[in-house]
Design a protein around this ligand. Sequence first.
Ligand code: AMP
Length: 216
Amino acid sequence: MSPPGRPKGEYRSAQREGKSQIRRVCLFCGSSPGARPVYAATGKAFGQAVAAHGMGLVYGGGSVGLMKIAAEAALEAGGEVIGVITQQLMVREVGHPGLTRLEVVPTMHERKMRMANHADAFVALPGGFGTFDELCEMATWDQLGIHAKPLVMLNVDGYFDGFLAQLDRAVEDRFVKPEHRTMLAVVTEVESVFTAMDSWRAPEVPNWLLQGTPKP
Ligand code: AMP
């Protein structure tokens, strides 16, 4: 079930050469636009920036909320946008009709896997349970070495401050290792997302975990 990981070394060499190796970035964000105008403005700016960087955008394929705002901004700026949506959401007509490509899959699990396979990095903007779930699952996959892909949170207007405080508590109480806490890059400006993706370092994964051998 493991999606193919990107060798960690690629990011290091990309940084040395000064060019990004990220071809497609997967966005997790709200199916609602949120209460504060800054969320929609940031979603739009992020979609435009992805296209301006020559990257493709992968997302949940919806025509609602922040997801829609970011996807349409990327499309209008001439970018490639791939949506991956479930049959259930398609039937309810929330699938976006104007994307470069819209893939319809049977389950949420397959959808997440497909989005992860299409993308070289993940970015979270404000959202609800769906966004938290997607962000946490991709962090878990990085932690377990299932893949090694940058994870960046765009903390718009302090929206994720409470979530980050919970992570700090988890480190303090030894449920999360410090090296896994820093695996989630946190930025507050759209442009910083791109620098953070390029300078991201995958955590070390213990050999016993990678090789599937019993822990010594
Ligand atoms: P939430 O943060 O709970 O609004 O959920 C947003 C995330 O879950 C997105 O990144 C999507 O992948 C997925 N999602 C939730 N609701 C929808 C929807 N109506 N249409 C498409 N994707 C959705």
